[in-house]
Design a protein around this ligand. Sequence first.
Ligand code: UN1
Length: 499
Amino acid sequence: MSNLIQNEKVVNYINGEWVTPAQGKYASIINPANGKAIGEVLLSSAGDVDHAVQAAKQAQKHWALVPAPQRAEVLYRVGLIMKDRKEELSRILTQEMGKVIEEARGEVQEGIDMAFYMAGEGRRLFGNTTPSELKDKFAMSVRVPVGIVGIITPWNFPIAIATWKSFPAIVSGNAVIWKPATETPLMARELVKIFHEAGLPKGVINLVCGSGSQVGNAMVEHPDIDVISFTGSNEVGRNIAGTCGSLLKRVSLEMGGKNAVIVMDDADLDLAVEGILWSAYGTSGQRCTACSRVMVHEKVKEQLEERLLVEMEKLTLGNGLDERVKVGPVINSQALRKIDEYVQIGQEEGAKLLAGGSIAKIDKLENGYYYAPTLFTDVKATMRIAQEEIFGPVVSIIPVQSFEEAIEVNNSVTYGLSSSIFTKDVNKVFAAQRDLDTGIVYVNAGTTGAEIHLPFGGTKGTGNGHRDSGVQALDVFTEWKSVYVDFSGKLQRAQIDVE
Ligand code: UN1
């Protein structure tokens, strides 16, 4: 295999320059496929965040005055460079995060799509014109940038999620401070290098690497960061929301899911099996949208289980750089332990283990973090394995007796990101899309695979009402300004001079 990464050092990028402190602490970057260090990342402090914010404030004043179509051209060039470098970026992504190369290519493609989509937005950024109550008066509302945007991104989609947030922020005239996950700073560095090459003015994006407790907190608390956009765990998200609430700072949160596939008795079972496997074990179950529950009608339960088990045999586990591998490692040893703990919990709760259920050892890769794709059945909707986000390759089959019960079980969790139903009954299709309490609903497909030009996010504990990607992402990064132009030549008083 060529182009293997080693000895990389990721530092901060502030005001258009890579900043290497004379003294600084670093954390190792580990390839989860074999547990080997491939580089190190700077652990920054609150002072570094402030340095970046000062640079961003200067830059933003000018950037906001660049016409939006010109700002968009930078994103267009970003998209072209990403497209040229797609294979190289995908290989870095697999080595840093572990997802299989085919999925890494898919993730980079999401970023490319987002670049071209948001580049187009530079020629729209639509506002509204609205008739005034008064004669010879023009009324409109326009989007204006919020100012300084803080984005905090996770390791599971280190480039796609960063593009969902930074591209709309940048095209709408903001400057960005970006804290990537400490597990995946190499992808962040690559995206920043691409911005640089595409001609983004200095200070418009600033990368500050480090931990959530240092860098993340400093960003959330910084008085000059106007909005925080975060994707990550529910626990961290709630803390961020608390602080932002007390500071009256705008915050957009995306905090995972407990996503389910419903299989009705009239479903195409082969299709359902494919959909479940792809959404459950793809990315080793480490997508916010991953399928971790299957509500199957009892009439087809046994058939579905049999077919799932046959197909699960074919899921080769291993290093994602190998094109034949279907399931890669999980991110690190803590994740491996957490998944294993949940499997123990499931067994203690009385769920029946049909497949997997253990840490996998793979020849020559014994230090990688592999978990065997795991399937439980006869799970009750109230069990912890059916309620809590595991973020690993573990699926719970919950037998149900009716469509209504399936919907109820789907909606019984605290999360509301994605859901899916396999059925041929058009009435159930329309009822399900209405009644499933999630931000994303799929019919005759798994729970993963959201497209970037639609809003991404969910209900209940998944978020706080904002959306990533789609045109709706602009709402996170812009203020609405209402503008009234009176061309009557006299003072007209609204609500009073209306006769
Ligand atoms: C995530 O796991 O946070 O819909 C993002 C999907 C991908 C994005 C997932 N397009 O599965």
